[in-house]
Design a protein around this ligand. Structure first.
Ligand SMILES: *[C@@H]1O[C@H](CO)[C@@H](O)[C@H](O)[C@H]1NC(C)=O
Ligand SMILES: *[C@@H]1O[C@H](CO)[C@@H](O)[C@H](O)[C@H]1NC(C)=O
Length: 474
């Protein structure tokens, strides 16, 4: 037919060509759109103009879905976030103001695209989770963000899984615990009092009696005053050493890693034979409560040739020297100090020095998804202080078993990295995931609370005793 009627054939080919060109233009245009917003964009099938163009669109669409898969690995896609958090706009004095950041006019939060306020270095850093988590949440709604997100900030508390309380409590404890002359109480205490007032007066708090609120209290002495009031909240802690089990426990709270001070051993090729020291022991020998075991172990091990002792903190001896010590050792000792946990464990992990943990009450981050026995040795305090027990145990671990633990350390060290912008499965995103795993249990508690809440509220409003009904036990 085309031969007999060339004009008609030309018209058909022209129409097809135009359709094809339009489709290509549309695909290219949407790619540009994708690039300009940084958001993966899925084509709505209802928007397809006609059946005829479908085949071309199909190609484009599947390309898009692949692009979407690819991009969702590298950028923040709120639809893929597994945790939605509402964050109180607390005044800056509770967070970045403690870092001497001065707000522009009425803003509560720094503009992260311009300048990121610095967190003080040194030992303060080990409890800096408050800083990394808040930065991550703030940036989760920035369209220019170029890293994946596990948690996303929402503006409607009704949409949120959890309510995030952005108080930099560890920094407040570290920097503002002293009572300055003419003041009755320290700035740290005052901030906690004001925080309690602020939080408990919020509708969101009353609705759940605080059970869906996330409070960061990584330094064991932070939130010392407020914790007794805010105990129904989810705490993010370093351990439970200084907590009453009614205030904090593994069921409702989560453990977050310390920020390690030693540098991560990148491209570590120092295997079994390259680490001449069997056991590296760093830290003070004499400690307060619970630290007696250090002295006992010191007297047991001080004459062992394959044990290296480094006294004092990582600060005093220099981080590089401590790193050298750990890089040259097969095992690194972690003994309970005045608290069950310490950042030394995380220094050992990122140095790929197999941790030997002697701390019966230690709780470990993400242990519901991580099997620490794959890369740590646990020894009960009662066993460790038996003559010859520890050295016998460690000498009995041969090259093959040790190397398997070392390989595992090189895989897991990423879970303990705090950074901004955060990356997949680093400490920031692991904490969000750990919180997300708490959400169903929290929902159950909150829904149970609501059984009587409406009645309680009506009673209060009609001049009842004003007591908020509390269902205890979770
Ligand atoms: C994505 O690309 C792969 C090949 O790279 C292909 O096999 C797969 O079918 C594509 N996915 C979709 C949803 O089209
Ligand atoms: C680690 O190895 C990779 C690949 O060999 C290299 O690109 C990188 O610079 C190394 N990093 C360090 C800190 O040595």
């Amino acid at each position: 037919m085309a031969e007999r009627n060339p004009q008609l054939g030309f018209a058909i080919r022209k129409t097809l060509f135009i359709w094809f060109a339009m489709a290509i233009i549309l695909v290219v245009a949407s790619m540009l759109y994708l690039g300009s917003t940084g958001r993966p964009h899925i084509i709505d099938r209802n928007l397809l103009p006609s059946e005829k163009a479908l085949s071309v669109y199909e190609t484009g669409d599947s390309y898009f879905r692949n692009m979407t898969q690819l991009q969702s690995l590298t950028i923040c896609n709120p639809d893929n976030a597994i945790l939605k958090l509402y964050m109180y706009d607390l005044p800056p004095e509770f967070h970045f103001g403690l870092l001497d950041w001065k707000p522009d006019r009425d803003s509560v939060w720094p503009d992260l695209r311009r300048k990121i306020p610095n967190y003080p270095g040194g030992l303060n850093l080990q409890h800096s989770i408050e800083y990394w988590l808040t930065l991550d949440l703030l940036s989760s709604t920035d369209p220019a963000r170029r890293s994946p997100c596990t948690a996303v900030r929402v503006t409607d508390p009704g949409q949120a899984d959890l309510i995030f309380v952005p108080f930099f409590s560890s920094l407040s404890y570290n920097r503002y615990s002293k009572v300055i002359p003419l003041e009755k109480i320290s700035q740290n205490k005052k901030l906690q009092q004001n925080l309690v007032k602020y939080v408990t007066s919020r509708e969101e708090y009353k609705r759940s009696n605080g059970r869906d609120h996330v409070i960061l209290a990584h330094h064991p002495n932070s939130m010392l005053d407020a914790r007794s009031v805010l105990f129904p909240c989810v705490f993010v802690l370093s351990d439970f050493g200084r907590y009453n089990p009614n205030v904090a426990n593994l069921e409702k709270d989560i453990i977050a890693p310390y920020k390690h001070l030693a540098k991560t051993y990148v491209n570590d090729s120092a295997g079994f034979d390259d680490r001449p020291t069997l056991l590296y022991f760093r830290g003070a020998i004499y400690r307060k409560e619970g630290g007696n075991i250090r002295q006992e172990l010191y007297y047991l091990l001080r004459n062992e040739k394959e044990v290296e002792f480094a006294f004092g903190s990582i600060q005093a001896n220099g981080i590089n020297k401590a790193s050298q010590g750990m890089h040259g050792s097969k095992f690194c000792l972690n003994i309970a100090g005045d608290t069950p946990s310490s950042n030394r464990l995380f220094d050992a992990i990122v140095s790929h020095c197999v941790p030997v943990i002697i701390s019966d009450d230690i709780e470990l981050p993400f242990e519901d998804v991580l099997d620490y026995s794959e890369f740590c040795i646990f020894v009960r305090a009662a066993d460790a202080t038996k003559e010859g027990y520890l050295m016998g145990l460690l000498k009995g671990i041969g090259k093959e078993r040790w190397s398997a633990m070392w390989e595992r350390l090189k895989e897991v060290d990423k879970y303990f990295e705090y950074r901004y912008p955060s990356e997949s499965d680093d400490a920031v995103q692991m904490i969000w995931k750990a919180l997300a795993r708490k959400v169903p249990a929290i929902r159950l508690k909150v829904n149970r609370l609501r059984r009587y809440q409406r009645f309680g509220r009506a009673l209060r409003e009609s001049g009842g005793d004003g007591k908020f009904p509390v269902i205890d036990g979770f």
